[in-house]
Design a binder for this molecule. Structure first.
Ligand code: BES
Ligand code: MN
Ligand code: ZN
Length: 504
């Protein structure tokens, strides 16, 4: 999908659909912005008539598609409810955009013009609204196609959406296009079946990405190389699989030479059966999404490289498949990690922390990042705690927690902090090793974070559990592309915001 700016007046457009908003002003009467009013006038008061009759409603996200021969610039008008002016915050606006994008996707329109951004938000400016609009439309346009072709009579994808030219609009659309490319990659990888998207596939995707973007360097470590480095915790998880495990490293240096990079470390379990501690059968197919941390890290890098941002970033992906097998690791095994710390395996289904342990150690030693964030579909308990609306953020560093939470707010891709107090650490003590890999029922998300913290001791580090946010559970077309938006924003904020990070 392409985003463009146009200097043209509405009646000079030539698009399949114009999106207009309807809101309510402080005394609760319906309110039309200038563009909506001009569409209303050009159609002989059609919009106000339909508001009066109740066919068009101003509630957030209510959409009505009108067909009209009366307007010179378009034959369709999508009227979108934007709710009360004084309550229209970022999340309300995003909700309206999501509904609008869905209505547009289901229509026959392939070109459109959006005027919804003429309405103000109480907590964001115009460029923010434009960026979010473009991102949300791109999101709504996505249909999984890798292994299923759309039916002949399926609604067409939207080809282009224009916005009226104005201050900051072109930059906002440029940013949205880059971030959307990253979100799209993340969703594509997440939705792919596990017989296609296995560790070698993730390595190939990273290599292709490096080929596509000048300045992006890639390195892939195989099992022998990892064995040489003592990455036994990562290798233990993969040893029950026919697929070889991979450690994938991408490196982008768009910033100054003196600027230490940020590092993202992604959990890439391309399928999680649980291993010998095998999972129950129902919903096991959802464990193809257990590589969404890796997909997020790769998606962020895709956005960064597409936009050629002035930042330094490393992405490290631990890619393995967790299978039960004669060669699989077992409960009771004691494994010496790359850090030298020993781990007693109590449950082979707590495999994400095993692979991340070595990936974090490797990243700390080889990248020497200014800050390191891992992203993982780590615990079912995180879904119990936070549901699907927030990613779980854990860190002992208050400043880093604030950075991530604020980036999530700015990107409408929210995270919420859980504590990583030392009090929880004793739950993973073991008499046979430096730690065991599970901490029991209480605070399962936090004890998983505690485990990881032991492999990031000398680092500025945070862990993001995306078990609830990475995909829409049980729904088709399911990977969400989260938290690519949050993490691109975080990396950009660290160098001083978009004006400092953009190269154009
Ligand atoms: N990938 C799962 C976590 C998960 C489960 C994410 C369901 C989303 C939905 C992870 O590897 C896992 O199996 N975790 C266990 C940990 C337990 C054995 C301590 C869990 O959450 O049950
Ligand atoms: Mn597991
Ligand atoms: Zn897992």
């Amino acid at each position: 999908m392409k985003f463009t700016t146009t200097p043209d007046a509405l009646d000079q457009l030539n698009v399949d659909c114009v999106l207009i908003g309807v809101g309510t002003d402080p005394d609760n009467t319906p309110y039309l912005g200038p563009a909506a009013r001009s569409m209303d006038e050009a159609t002989g008061g059609l919009i106000t008539r339909l508001i009066d009759s109740g066919d068009v409603q101003t509630k957030v996200g209510r959409c009505v598609m009108l067909h009209t021969a009366d307007h010179p610039g378009t034959e369709r008008i999508l009227v979108v409810g934007l709710g009360e002016d004084q309550k229209r915050d970022r999340m309300a606006f995003k909700k309206a955009l999501t509904a609008a994008g869905k209505a547009l996707r289901q229509s026959r329109a392939v070109t459109a013009h959006c005027t919804l951004t003429e309405y103000g938000l109480i907590d964001a400016d115009g460029p923010w609204a434009t960026r979010q609009a473009a991102l949300t439309y791109a999101h709504a346009d996505y249909v999984y196609q890798a292994t299923k072709k759309p039916k002949d009579d399926a609604a067409p994808a939207t080809e282009s959406i224009s916005f009226s030219a104005g201050e900051g609009v072109a930059d906002a659309l440029h940013i949205a296009e880059g971030v959307a490319a990253g979100v799209g990659l993340c969703r594509d990888l997440g939705d792919l079946p596990p017989n296609v998207c296995n560790p070698p596939h993730l390595a190939k995707v990273a290599e292709q990405m490096a080929g596509d973007h000048g300045g992006l360097a890639v390195e892939v470590l195989n099992e022998d190389q990892m064995a040489e480095l003592g990455m036994n915790a990562l290798l233990a998880v993969g040893q029950g699989s026919e697929c070889p495990s991979k450690l994938i490293h991408l490196r982008w240096r768009g910033g100054g030479e003196d600027q230490a990079p940020v590092a993202l470390v992604g959990k890439g379990v391309t399928f999680d059966t649980g291993g010998i501690s095998i999972k129950p059968g129902n919903l096991m197919e959802q464990m193809k999404f257990d590589m969404c941390g890796a997909a997020t890290a790769l998606g962020v890098m895709k956005a960064v490289a597409s936009l050629k941002l002035r930042i330094n970033m490393d992405v490290v992906v631990a890619a393995v498949e967790n299978m039960p097998d004669g060669k699989a690791y077992r409960p009771g095994d004691v494994i010496t990690s790359m850090s030298g710390q020993t781990i007693e395996v109590h449950n082979t289904d707590a495999e994400g922390r095993m692979i991340l342990a070595d990936a974090l150690t490797w990243t700390g030693q080889n990248v020497k990042p200014a800050a390191m964030v891992d992203i993982a579909t780590l615990t079912g308990a995180c879904v119990v705690a936070l549901g699907h609306h927030a990613s779980g953020i854990m860190t002992q560093d208050d400043a880093l927690a604030d950075e991530l939470i604020n980036a999530g707010l700015e990107a409408a891709d929210r995270g919420w902090r859980l504590p990583l107090w030392d009090d929880y650490q004793e739950q993973i003590d073991s008499p046979f090793a430096d730690m065991k890999n599970i901490g029991g029922m209480p605070a399962g998300t936090i004890t998983a974070g505690c485990f990881l913290s032991r492999f990031a001791k000398d680092q500025t580090w945070a862990h993001i559990d995306i078990a609830g946010s990475a995909w829409a559970w049980g729904q088709p077309g399911s990977a969400t592309g989260r938290p690519v938006g949050m993490l691109v924003q975080w990396a950009v904020d660290r160098v001083g915001g978009w004006s400092a990070a953009l190269t154009r």
